[in-house]
Design a protein. Structure first.
Ligand code: NAD
Length: 393
């Protein structure tokens, strides 16, 4: 067995009703909290009141920054950091999906350091220091795994670039994963975030930095997604399916924090940098069918294992045949969750395919894909993903 290093400092409080512990969790790290969320909407208004009440009951003074947008931008982070400083916040609570969680992480950096969060991206010399405000998370989607990662994804609209802070100081101190909170997510959000869980587990499973530890979690996450994501999409009140997806999301997050993501996430990041209206999971869904067909020969046993999880009728086949059919197995999942899509459906101009391909090779994720692509190969993959999905790639 290959040796590995595994690190995970986040305390996880998992289960229905665990939201009730938010006041106690936050007050361990600070007494002046910046609450970071998207603007109020009907499904969340009671939640916001409840969280603020729980914080106040634990002696925590709250300022509420409710300016987060999906794929949060650098100006959103700056506005949040300004309020954090005005409030003299000593802890940041991110409440919501990946956009709110990542905004909270980036605000925790910008509010405590000179310059902006964008100055502290993963590849820069300047990195967050111990001054970073402690981060507590309450997640409301089952998708990004951000509740247990050291990553904050943010978008710079001026540069049309989506990139990430990546630093151990961004691991949340405490994360509350309460599946009750995901119940209100509509089917389209459930499907696109749930497919992100699939992609995290799958990509960490085929990643060279994967280990026996992350494989164990990735395979369990894939089994849970295969069994429960269609149920959660069909019936948002199916609490058993919601709980399984919340656990799969957390497992897949633990995987990416220690292994990583590969080519599809590189393309997905580029896509939402250039076209911020595209939901992260939807971007992944558009490229997965072609990517599976393009890659399976480079990691046959891994693609075969995943194909058999998605489609148990492939069990009797040998690795080569099961792996060859892994694309069909993903097609079936995407159709079942009504996420079968293409770049054209996402409104991406066909003339910009090459530009998107170039942007897909900016982040290093593609270098960890089992088959390392050239620019022309990404163009080919994106052309295949443009309209009808391919039979072979
Ligand atoms: P999101 O946070 O953007 O939420 C999508 C939409 O669903 C929003 O309109 C939100 O208000 C709504 N929503 C969220 N929870 C809801 C609920 N319970 N009920 C009703 N509506 C709800 O979506 P996301 O997929 O969770 O996050 C996407 C962001 O996370 C992207 O910026 C992506 O790049 C990033 N990301 C981060 C990591 C990481 O490790 N930090 C990993 C993957 C993706």
């Amino acid at each position: 067995m290959k040796g590995f290093h595994y690190f995970q400092p986040t305390e996880i409080d998992f289960g229905c009703g665990r939201l009730n512990g938010v006041g106690a969790a936050v007050s361990r790290w600070g007494k002046r909290c910046l609450l970071v969320t998207v603007p109020e909407f009907p499904e969340f208004s009671v939640l916001y009141i409840k969280v603020k009440d729980l914080l106040k009951a634990s002696g925590v003074a709250v300022a509420h920054f409710d300016g987060v947008i999906p794929n949060p931008t650098t100006d959103v982070i700056t506005a949040g950091a300004r309020l954090a400083k005005e409030h003299r916040a000593d802890v940041v609570l991110g409440l919501g999906g990946g956009s709110s969680m990542d905004a909270a992480k980036a605000i925790a950096v910008e509010a405590s350091h000179p310059g902006t969060a964008w100055d502290y991206l993963f590849f820069r010399e300047k990195q967050p220091t111990a001054a970073t405000l402690p981060i507590v998370i309450v997640t409301t989607t089952s998708g990004t795994g951000s509740q247990v990662t050291q990553v904050a994804v943010i978008t710079n609209p001026a540069e049309k670039n989506k990139s990430a802070l990546y630093n151990s100081l961004l691991y949340p101190r405490t994360s509350i994963v309460d599946p009750e909170l995901v119940r209100t997510a509509p089917p389209s959000v459930t499907a696109s975030t749930g497919f992100d869980v699939f992609a995290h587990a799958f990509e960490s499973y085929i990643h060279p930095a994967g280990s026996a530890y992350t494989d164990l979690m990735a395979l369990e996450a894939l089994r849970l997604v295969s069994r429960c994501l269609p149920k959660a999409v069909a019936d948002g009140d199916d609490l058993e399916a919601r709980t399984s997806m919340a656990w799969a999301d957390t497992l897949a997050g633990l995987c990416i924090a220690n292994s990583g993501v590969t080519l599809p996430h590189g393309i997905g990041m580029a896509m939402s940098g250039l076209y911020p209206h595209v939901a992260h999971g939807r971007a992944l869904a558009a490229v997965y069918p072609a990517m599976m067909r393009f890659t399976w020969q480079a990691a046959e046993n891994r693609f075969a294992a995943v194909a058999r999880i998605l489609d148990p009728t492939l069990q009797p086949l040998d690795d080569r045949e099961a792996a060859r059919r892994s694309g069909e197995a993903v097609d079936r999942l995407l159709k079942e969750i009504h996420l079968w899509t293409s770049l054209a459906d996402l409104g991406i101009p066909e003339a910009e395919v090459r530009r998107l391909a170039e942007a897909s090779l900016v982040l290093p994720d593609y270098k960890n894909h089992p088959k390392v692509v050239t620019l022309d190969e990404v163009v080919h993959l994106l052309n295949l993903s443009y309209r009808a999905q391919p039979e072979e790639a």
